[in-house]
Every structure is written in C-alpha cells, then in structure tokens.
Ligand binder design. Structure first.
Ligand SMILES: Cc1cc2nc3c(=O)[nH]c(=O)nc-3n(C[C@H](O)[C@H](O)[C@H](O)COP(=O)(O)OP(=O)(O)OC[C@H]3O[C@@H](n4cnc5c(N)ncnc54)[C@H](O)[C@@H]3O)c2cc1C
Length: 506
C-alpha cells in the first residue's frame, strides 16, 4: 500500500463546503476510503451563498446529479448573469452575462469591431449582442439548441438555490455514498508531536475522530488551518474594504427574474437572489462608512416583499490563507479565504479546490513540490478573482465618499496592466489561472466605463457601412431567438417546479 494515500479523511464542517467535499470524495473515492464529516448543530452554517456560476453544472454532472431533481429539491431558479445597477453611476445598469458576446470574425475578436462601432456612434450597448443578456432582461429562459437559427449561440446558465436545502441535498447524497456524519462540537485538536500533523479532533462529549487527512471546512472560524496550524492570512481589506453584510430573506415578487441583481447604494451594494419559494437579499458594506443599523434599515427599505426572518449581520475580512494546504490539512470554503460575494465565486472556489484535490490525489504526506504547486495554484486563482472584483469598485463615477474612496484604492499591478492593455486597442488576455474569460472582463470593463482609446487594426479594415449592417443583423438574429423563449417562470413551471414551493424549508 502506498503510505502517502489517505485512507481515512475527516472533513471538519458541514456547510456548503463540507457537504460538497463529502459528496465528491464519497463519489470518487468510494469504499476504499473512510470519509467522516463532523458538524455542529449548535454552531450551524453561515446560511448565505445562494448564487452560482455555470461551472456548478460540471460539478453536478461529475457527480451524476440529476439537475431537475436538484432544482426541485433546492427551490432553485436559473441564472443567466448578474445585473450591476448603479455601479458606474446612479441610473446606469449593465449585465455581466454568461456566454459569448457578439461573434468573432476570423482572428478579430468581436470587442474590436464593437469598440470601433461604439466610437463611431454605430453600436448598440454591448449587452444587445449577448443572448444571455437579452434573455435575462426579457425575463426569458431556454436550455438547449437554438429555436430560430442554428447560428445563435446556446445560453449557458447557473443557478440560484437555497443554501440550507443544498447542504441537505448533498448530505443525503454523500451519506448514500457511505460518508459518515458525526454531529458534535469540536473542542480540541490533537497533533503528532514529531511531525505536527493533525491526528484527531475531539468533541465536547469526549468522542475522538481521527484521520490521515483533514479537510478544514469550518467556515470563517478556520479551526484547523488558522487556530491549530497558525497559517497566516493575507488581508486584502486595503483593496476590497467591505467587511460586513446583513442578510434577510423576503417573500417573492413577480416577475421571476433569471439573474442576480447587484444594486450599488451610497455605501456598498445590495444583492437580490430570486428562488422559487423566496428571495434572498443582503447588503454588503464597510463599517467605517455605515453602521449595522443603517445598513439593516437600508436593506429592509429595499425589499420586494415582506421579510421572512430577522436580518442577520455577518462580519468578514476579505483575503486568503497564505497556504490552503499545510501539514495534513487542506482548507476549503470560507476557512481558506473569502472574496466578497459580488461575482458569486465562493462556491466555485470550493468546487475548484475539490478538483485540485482530485488532480493531486488526496495524499497526507505530499512532496514539498506538490504542496507548493497546489498552494500556488490556489493563490493565483484567488488573486485573479480579487482583481476582477476590485475593478467593479475602482472604476466608478459615483459621488459618495465611499465610492470616491474606492476610486483611490491602490490597484494591484496585475489589474493595472490588464486595464492598460484593454485601454490600448482592446487587448485582453486570459491567464491560465483566471476564472473569468476575456468576455467576462470585457463586459465589466465596458460596464464600468472603460473603453479602448484606439481601434484595433483588424476593425479598421472594415467599412463603416459593413460594420453597422453586421451589428444590426447580429442583434436582430439574437432578439428574434429570445422572443421565441418562454418566460423564466413558465420554463420552471413546465420543467422543474418544486412540488410544493411554499413547503420548502431548510
Ligand atoms: C455575505 C455573504 C454572501 C455570500 N454569497 C455568496 C454567493 O452568492 N455565492 C457564492 O458562491 N458564495 C457566497 N458566499 C460564500 C458562501 O456562503 C460560502 O462559500 C459557502 O457557504 C461555504 O461556507 P462554508 O461551508 O465554508 O462555511 P459555513 O457555512 O460557515 O460552515 C462551517 C461549518 O463548520 C462547522 N463548525 C465550525 N466550527 C465547528 C466546531 N468547533 N465544531 C464542529 N463544527 C464546527 C459549522 O457547524 C458548519 O457546519 C457568501 C458569503 C457571505 C459571507
């Protein structure tokens, strides 16, 4: 037997991270590995984290999860992108929609042609050339081959789901795969005197749960990676100053929108996540500019329907662990770090960490090069997402002191270079570690008011008349397609409505 292979894995924490990890390990490692998850009912979970990005579908597919079943069980709705309302200035709005925008011509990226047309006054807003954007704004949903013309791209989608129901769904799945659940409060952690590795966690009632490898999914507490091993935390508050959120669910209101809405306010922003049975809402802010009471009052004044629970304040620090893997502990989810929820990246980061564990193989005594590479990949991924989120805050034209302060934030060199490249003839290049594609960056750069100063040579080669005619044709093609789609509510009613949405309780 290979002594490095972990035969016994203990997952500490049963939130979204813990149960996603348990489900995946249970599925892929099966009977040869003993997998135990410890969670505390007394502590509970963070209870937010309900918007995803399209990669979640790969997770479901890899685990053989039936999507219709998953949607019904979690009260999920479809998400075609995120609307950013008021982020550039009050009254302005754009979408970071999933999927492609426009169409490239040969080696010429669509953005080059659009930028030139925009400067000439010939272009519609960028989103008018995205099927996802058009469908989101029209409240439509469709999955599969185009209905009107095979040249129309398919719409990628993600989901909004109930976090509590999702954890419960994955728990049933994981336990069916043999994962053992232990409920109890961890009060102590045992370590090997020589290696410093974690050997067991001890519960308040005296139970001891051992393991070869420990996955720290204990949330913001970071019980193993932080408290026990003392791995440092890179604090990114100087780049992303929001450090509080207040969250509250409310009654749903029609129409059922197929996108997450992020609305900028005088300080921070508010999320709106529509589910089948309720709407999730929250205000993200910085306590140096807004008190908890003010944020709560602002949130309650901007709901679609009656609040369904008491508002709950969550404190956080943006940043990440200096190592996600230390000794025989791998941190995942909030224990590994947190970038605020603006682009719904945290659940994806859990998925990405699970994929990384599978790629490297769950070992308890890795070679230094293996652990270093693992940690570098994690750090690079976090830094690229951080840059993307900073861009939304930094490139604003709002007048309030909070937003003026955001304009004066120091830009990471990697982001400053990205912006400078784009400003010069629309250059965009995707690093291997970048979660977001050129098209994602394009939508946010343009949405936040950054337009290339000069045209790309390939776009200059097209006549103005041809450019205008081609853009009109694309828009007409995509609009006709979207007009053929059912509404989001009708689509859900037809394909995947929860049997009793009002009865969905986490
Ligand atoms: C305001 C906010 C909004 C967010 N919105 C989004 C979003 O829209 N999209 C997205 O992708 N992500 C979002 N996130 C992130 C998302 O919520 C998390 O990534 C996700 O919920 C995973 O959390 P977790 O499992 O790491 O932690 P938690 O849910 O906090 O779970 C921690 C677990 O550890 C257990 N535990 C802790 N200490 C002990 C102990 N001593 N003994 C036993 N058990 C213990 C707890 O009981 C719990 O089971 C948001 C986060 C915040 C703060």
């Amino acid at each position: 037997m290979d002594s490095q292979v972990a035969r016994s894995i203990t997952i500490v924490g049963g939130g979204t991270a813990g149960w996603m990890c348990a489900a995946a390990l249970g599925h892929f490692l099966g009977e040869n590995t003993r997998i135990t998850l410890v969670e505390s009912d007394a502590i509970g979970t963070i209870g937010v984290g309900e918007a995803t990005i399209p990669q979640i579908r790969m997770f479901n597919q890899a685990l053989g999860i039936d999507e219709t079943d998953f949607i019904r069980a979690t009260g999920a709705t479809f998400k075609l992108g995120i609307e950013f309302a008021g982020w550039l200035r009050p009254g302005h709005s754009y979408l970071h929609a999933f999927g492609d925008v426009g169409r490239d011509i040969g080696l010429g990226a669509f953005r080059h042609f659009w930028s030139r047309a925009h400067r000439l006054g010939l272009a519609r807003p960028l989103g008018d050339y995205s099927v996802n954007d058009l469908a989101a704004r029209a409240g439509k949903m469709h999955d599969g081959a185009p209905l009107t013309n095979r040249n129309v791209p398919q719409m990628p989608h993600a989901f909004h789901f109930d976090a509590g129901l999702y954890a419960a769904y994955l728990r049933r799945y994981a336990q069916a795969k043999g994962v053992i659940r232990e409920e109890g409060l961890i009060v102590a952690v045992d370590r090997d005197g020589a290696s410093g590795d974690v050997t067991a966690v001890r519960l308040a009632d005296g139970r001891m749960i051992a393991g070869d490898l420990f996955i720290d999914c204990s949330g913001l507490r970071a019980l193993l990676i932080g408290d026990t091993l003392g791995v440092g935390f890179d604090d990114w508050s100087h780049l992303l100053p929001a450090n509080r959120a207040v969250a509250v669910p409310c009654a749903s209101a029609a129409p059922l929108t197929p996108y997450t809405r992020s609305t900028a306010h005088g300080v921070g922003w508010q999320w709106r996540i529509p589910l089948q049975h309720r709407t999730g809402n929250g205000r993200v802010y910085c306590d140096a500019f807004l008190s908890d009471d003010e944020a709560t009052a602002g949130l309650l004044a901007n709901l679609d329907g009656a609040p369904l629970a008491e508002p709950r304040v969550i404190r956080f620090t943006t940043g990440c662990r200096q190592q996600a893997w230390s000794h025989n502990v791998i941190a995942m989810g909030l224990a590994s770090g947190f970038l605020e929820p603006l682009e719904s990246t945290s659940i994806h980061l859990i998925q990405s960490m699970i994929a990384r564990i599978m790629t490297f193989g769950p070992t308890c005594r890795p070679a230094a090069a293996v652990r270093d590479t693992f940690n570098r990949q994690f750090a690079d991924e976090m830094a690229r997402i951080r840059d993307f989120i900073v861009l939304h805050y930094w490139a604003n034209q709002r007048e309030e002191p909070f937003w003026q302060a955001c304009r004066n934030l120091p830009l990471p060199a990697s982001l400053a270079e990205k912006i400078a490249l784009f400003q010069s003839a629309g250059h965009l290049f995707r690093d291997q570690s970048d979660l977001f594609s050129e098209v994602g960056w394009l939508q946010v750069l343009v949405g936040q008011g950054i337009i290339p100063a000069t045209s790309h040579a390939l776009a200059e080669a097209v006549s103005e008349a041809d450019l205008a005619g081609w853009l009109d044709t694309l828009h007409a093609l995509f609009s006709r397609e979207v007009a053929a789609y059912p509404t989001h509510a009708d689509y859900i009613a037809r394909h995947c409505a929860a049997p009793s949405p009002k009865g969905l309780v986490a």
